[in-house]
Design a protein around this ligand. Structure first.
Ligand SMILES: *Cc1c(COP(=O)(O)O)cnc(C)c1O
Length: 423
C-alpha cells in the first residue's frame, strides 16, 4: 500500500500526474525513455543545506559519500555548494575531480586501497586517508615515501557500538572487516606518529547505515572523543574528527530523526572543542531526492499472485533483491480502476528479480510507475547483468531537465571485448 500523503520532497501530484519539481514524469519518460533515474536538484540542495544549517558556525566539513550516488551531475551540484567527498576507490576520486570537487576536501575510506590508488590520491592532494588496518599504515608510509608526498592520515576506529540496522550495512562492530579495534588504536597511533612519511591528522568512524536513532552514533562519538583526549595526553594531537555517515531515511513507515535532530546530541558533545567535525552522509543527502521511473511491459495475472512486469530490473535497482528493501511504487498517472495486488518484477532471469511485492495498484499495461527513494544506492549499485544497458539519469531543476547520463547502448557494453580469433 502506498500512502500518497507522504510523498518525498519535490514530488507532487497534479493535473499532469506525478511531478518532480515542475516537471511531469510522463514528459521525462516520453523524452528519455525508461527505465530512467530522476533526481531533484532542489531536494539534493535542501538536504545539503539542512546539514549546513544544523552545523551552524562550528568548523565542519560535509563529505558526501560518493558511493551512494556517483553521477557527475549530482556530485557537481554538491561540489558547487562547497561539499567535500568521501571516496572508497580511485575511480570515485576521478569522478569527484571530473565533477569539479576539491581534492583538498576529499577523505579516502575503504579497507583495500591499492598502491596505485594511494599514489593517485597523494598526487591529487586529498585531505585525508582514513586508514583501516596496521598493514595499510605501513604500505601508505612506503608509497608516500616513494612519491615524496607525506600522507595525511586518520585511523578508522571501530567503536564497537551496535547501530541496530541491517547486518549487511552494520559496520562498527568488533567482528566486521572495517576499521581497527578500539583497544588497538593507541598503539597504532604511536606507530603512525613514528613513521616518517605519515602526518597524523584525525580519527574516523562509521558505524553503519540507515540509522533511525541518534543514540548509537552519539555513543560512538562519546567513545571516540574519549579516545581523542587520551591520545592528546599521550602527545598525539588530532585536528579533525570524522563521524562518518549513516543517517537513515523514510522508505516506507520509518520515522528517522531530522538531520538537525540527529546532529543535536553530537553537536552538544562537540561544544567548546576545537577539532573540525567531518561527516560523511550518503543516503540522507540523495536517497529521497531520486526515483526510478519505469514502464509496465506486461500484466500477468495468476492464481496465487499477479505480476506487473516492468522494464526496470534488479540490475537497475538491486536493493530489494539484496536487502529485501522496500521502495514505494506509485503510479505516474492515476487511473479510475479497482486496484489489484501485484508483485512488481523485472525481465531478468532470476526469481530474486523483484522491485516491490504485494502492492495494490490501479494500472494497465504501458503505465508508468515511479519507485521512490531510489536516489541512494540505486544507480551506483547497478550492473549490466543480462546485457541490459544501464538506465539514463536526469536531474530536474524547476521546470528544466538536465540529462546527467545518457542511456547505455548495447554496443557500449561489449566495447572492451574481443571475439576469440578463429584458429
Ligand atoms: C557508506 C559509507 C558512508 C555513507 O553512509 P550512508 O549510510 O549512506 O550515509 C560514509 N562513510 C563510509 C566510510 C561509508 O562506508
Amino acid at each position: 500500500m502506498n500512502d500518497e500523503k507522504s510523498l518525498p520532497p519535490a514530488l507532487s501530484r497534479g493535473a499532469h500526474g506525478l511531478m518532480l519539481e515542475d516537471v511531469a514524469l510522463a514528459d521525462i519518460a516520453a523524452r528519455f525513455g525508461t527505465p530512467t533515474y530522476v533526481y531533484s536538484r532542489a531536494a539534493l540542495t535542501a538536504a545539503f543545506a539542512a546539514y549546513r544549517r544544523a552545523l551552524g558556525e562550528r568548523p565542519a566539513l560535509i563529505c558526501c559519500a560518493v558511493k551512494a550516488n556517483s553521477n557527475l551531475g549530482v556530485l557537481s551540484i554538491f561540489a558547487a555548494l562547497g561539499a567535500g567527498f568521501d571516496i572508497v576507490s580511485g575511480g570515485e576520486l576521478a569522478r569527484v575531480l571530473a565533477a569539479g570537487g576539491h581534492a583538498g576536501r576529499v577523505v579516502f575510506s575503504g579497507v583495500g586501497k591499492s598502491r596505485a590508488e594511494m599514489r593517485q590520491a597523494l598526487a591529487a592532494g586529498i585531505r585525508c586517508f582514513n586508514v583501516e588496518s596496521a598493514a595499510e599504515l605501513e604500505r601508505l608510509n612506503e608509497v608516500a615515501g616513494e612519491s615524496g608526498i607525506p600522507a595525511p592520515i586518520a585511523l578508522r576506529v571501530n567503536p564497537d557500538v551496535d547501530p541496530k540496522t541491517h547486518p549487511y550495512i552494520s559496520t562498527g562492530l568488533k567482528n566486521n572487516k572495517f576499521g581497527v579495534a578500539f583497544t588497538d588504536a593507541p598503539a597504532l597511533y604511536q606507530r603512525a606518529a613514528s613513521l616518517p612519511h605519515l602526518r597524523v591528522r584525525g580519527i574516523a568512524c562509521h558505524i553503519g547505515s540507515q540509522l533511525l536513532d541518534p543514540a548509537p552514533a552519539t555513543e560512538a562519538a562519546r567513545r571516540i572523543l574519549d579516545l581523542v583526549d587520551r591520545l592528546a595526553t599521550a602527545g598525539i594531537a588530532l585536528d579533525h574528527i570524522d563521524l562518518g555517515g549513516g543517517l537513515g531515511i523514510r522508505y516506507r513507515n520509518e520515522t528517522p530523526p531530522t538531520i538537525a535532530a540527529y546532529l543535536a546530541p553530537l553537536l552538544e558533545l562537540f561544544a567548546g572543542r576545537p577539532e573540525e567535525l567531518c561527516l560523511e552522509p550518503g543516503r540522507s543527502l540523495t536517497g529521497n531526492a531520486g526515483l526510478l521511473l519505469t514502464r509496465i511491459e506486461y500484466l500477468k495475472p495468476g492464481g496465487e499472485k499477479n505480476f506487473a512486469i516492468v522494464d526496470a530490473a534488479m540490475n537497475d535497482l538491486a536493493r530489494p533483491a539484496l536487502y529485501d528493501a522496500w521502495h514505494d511504487a506509485v503510479t505516474v498517472v492515476a487511473r479510475d480502476l479497482p486496484p489489484r495486488r501485484y508483485d512488481i518484477v523485472g525481465p531478468i532471469c532470476e526469481s530474486g528479480d523483484f522491485l516491490a511485492r504485494a502492492r495494490d495498484l490501479a494500472v494497465e499495461e504501458g503505465d508508468l510507475l515511479a519507485l521512490l527513494s531510489a536516489g541512494a544506492y540505486g544507480m551506483s549499485m547497478s550492473s549490466n547483468y543480462n546485457s541490459r544497458p544501464r538506465a539514463a539519469e536526469v536531474i530536474v531543476d524547476g521546470g528544466t531537465i538536465h540529462l546527467a547520463r545518457a542511456r547505455e547502448t548495447p554496443e557500449s557494453l561489449y566495447a572492451l571485448e574481443q571475439p576469440f580469433p578463429p584458429t
